[in-house]
Design a protein around this ligand. Sequence first.
Ligand code: NAD
Length: 256
Amino acid sequence: MLSNKYGLVVGVANKRSISWAIAQAAAAAGARLALTYQSERLEENVRELAAKLEQPLVVPCDVTSDQQIADLAASIDREFGGLDFLVHGAAFAPPAELSSPFVQTSREGFRIALDVSAYSLVALTRAVVPLMERRGGGSVLTLTYLGSQRVFTNYNVMGVAKAALEASVRYLASDLGPRNIRVNAISAGPIKTLAAMGIAGFSNILQIYRDRAPLRRNVELGEVADTAVFLLGAGSRAITGEIVMVDAGFSVSGGI
Ligand code: NAD
């Protein structure tokens, strides 16, 4: 489904990262990939994982740095000469914001959460538009969560950031559709990853999904990755501006 495609995957921290599951599935579907690491602390992890892919490009990118984003786009240009898809799986909020009441959210915590988790989609997408145009179009995919629309205890400012991220998906889709660049999000059910473990009481959320989702189970990394491959490839060529729920149906249930 993705043969002869070049992809950029941002957000791999370790083998449990959703972005890594997507990278593996995209590579299995035939894509050649660039992976980024946030900081030197994660470089070794990401390089070890990337070594399992064919001819990977591994580049540093802290998404809060415009310079690093520009350098990343330049590296991809040199190595691939264009880009077919971008997977954006970066999110962060300071830990203190995810354990106290939302009303206590600090100005700086709010700024950081929105910058890393929402604005970075806009900045990264803008940087790769010229690379995608050279390939006749492209697909941008980000990862969101139902906490954008409903209140989940301790999800707090991440919910606000995800609401901004989802609105950004729609505005980017509108801007870039005429250039044949599609922009979508997967809203995944809860999965035990590094980022998720930062949310106090996360295992309760997993249990509530198991109890109440129509499929009576949690979602798996591979299930999110399969949907991602669909949204990155030609099978979804008429889909843009969408938030696709991959949550075992949880979002349709009334809560009782
Ligand atoms: P993860 O911790 O594996 O991934 C989060 C990534 O964000 C890490 O790779 C981290 O390095 C990166 N990141 C944070 N700050 C960054 C920065 N300044 N620059 C560059 N990268 C930065 O956790 P994950 O659960 O795989 O998260 C991936 C995405 O999926 C996130 O957007 C998350 O909100 C979303 N999501 C997760 C769940 C879940 O339950 N795990 C559910 C729905 C959506």
